[in-house]
Design a protein around this ligand. Structure first.
Ligand SMILES: [Zn+2]
Ligand SMILES: [Zn+2]
Length: 183
């Protein structure tokens, strides 16, 4: 995701150029590519180039409930200033900006969006991803994926009416035993 911004660096402060993004990049860092699409606006600032725009991508994540892998759509709202390391006119090296973790434009005036996309992805990726809102999860007993249907484990009633009935049944059992005891 490299953009040559030499023309943009020569432009006057405040000038804007749009750039269409439609590229597969390795945002997971594991060699698998994700398609990143959208549009960014490159604005010439007094210090460098401000990149602003909305990018859409998808990453493979694991559902926190049923542990199935699924594709999670992400929207990245990028807003980042890139600082040149070489003067575009004279070719001389420029002092590195004070911000330690800032993004830079390399000596060939190439601005690389990939690292920013990776960082923004980490910000928006859900901590507990769900394959769907009503994911049924796994049976705590046998581990069966309940999205695929019920398992063969004895059903645990969660209906309050049943639990009341069971309490009543237990109570009457106790009663019977007590009566037996007094005989
Ligand atoms: Zn799930
Ligand atoms: Zn089960």
């Amino acid at each position: 995701m490299q953009i040559n911004v030499s023309q943009q660096l020569k432009a006057s402060i405040g000038s804007i150029q749009s750039y269409e993004v439609n590229e597969v990049i390795d945002i997971a860092g594991d060699g698998s590519g994700s398609l990143v699409q959208g549009e960014v606006k490159l604005t010439r600032t007094d210090r460098g180039i401000l990149v602003k725009g909305e990018l859409r991508t998808e990453v493979e994540v694991t559902c926190s409930r049923c542990l199935s892998p699924f594709s999670c759509p992400l929207t990245l709202n990028i807003e980042e200033e890139y600082f040149p390391t070489t003067d575009v006119v004279s070719g001389t090296s420029l002092p590195t900006p004070e911000e330690p973790s800032c993004f830079t434009i390399d000596e060939h005036h190439v601005l690389d969006l990939a690292e920013a996309i990776r960082q923004y992805k980490l910000l928006v990726i859900p901590m507990k991803p769900l394959c769907r809102e009503d994911c049924a999860g796994l049976c705590p007993n046998c581990g069966h994926n309940l999205n695929l249907g019920p398992c063969n484990c004895p059903h645990q009633e969660t209906d309050p009416r049943w639990s009341k009935l069971r309490k009543w049944a237990l109570a009457s059992d106790v009663l019977v035993n007590e009566q037996k005891g007094t005989e």
